[in-house]
Design a protein around this ligand. Sequence first.
Ligand SMILES: Cc1cc2nc3c(=O)[nH]c(=O)nc-3n(C[C@H](O)[C@H](O)[C@H](O)COP(=O)(O)O)c2cc1C
Length: 161
Amino acid sequence: MSCMACKLKGKATNICRFRDALSPLLDEIAEADGLVLGSPIYFGEVTGKMRAFLERLAFPWLSYNDYSLTAPKRMPVVLVEAMNGTPERNNSNHFGTMEWCLTTALGEPERIIGYNTCQVAKYGNYELGSFFEEAKHAWRDAHWEEDLQKAYDAGRKMAEQ
Ligand SMILES: Cc1cc2nc3c(=O)[nH]c(=O)nc-3n(C[C@H](O)[C@H](O)[C@H](O)COP(=O)(O)O)c2cc1C
């Protein structure tokens, strides 16, 4: 929208003032004890929806007077990604330039990455010749518990903070 309501002289605020269906969520995040953001990786980036959401969240944090970034409150952050890539071979730019905003305004994030996900249940039904269903399932069997543990540990750490 670039409505600039958050930058009005004398009324500047670091919570988005444009009111719509997302407003209650943005208000809640301003007071939250922690923030967990998750996105699949599409073409090397988080989804367009996640990016749009982060622009909306972070723009009121940004001062055009001195380019500082200040959220209403600092809080623990967990960033979750899911992707086809593996630790050795992936094209993820993670949360891109928005990571700087999140880190500066909220705090250094924890990261959880779900690699080599099963994109479909039955690979044989699709033109997905560069993937092998058996290898995908083997990866999931080998990493599922570990991934769940990482999520549990991150949640626990957040609660403890
Ligand atoms: C439009 C589209 C683009 C994708 N691009 C990438 C990519 O660049 N790199 C990658 O590792 N996986 C890519 N994937 C795979 C998804 O990241 C992966 O299937 C992920 O697990 C999807 O999230 P979900 O399991 O929560 O549905 C893409 C999938 C789609 C549908």
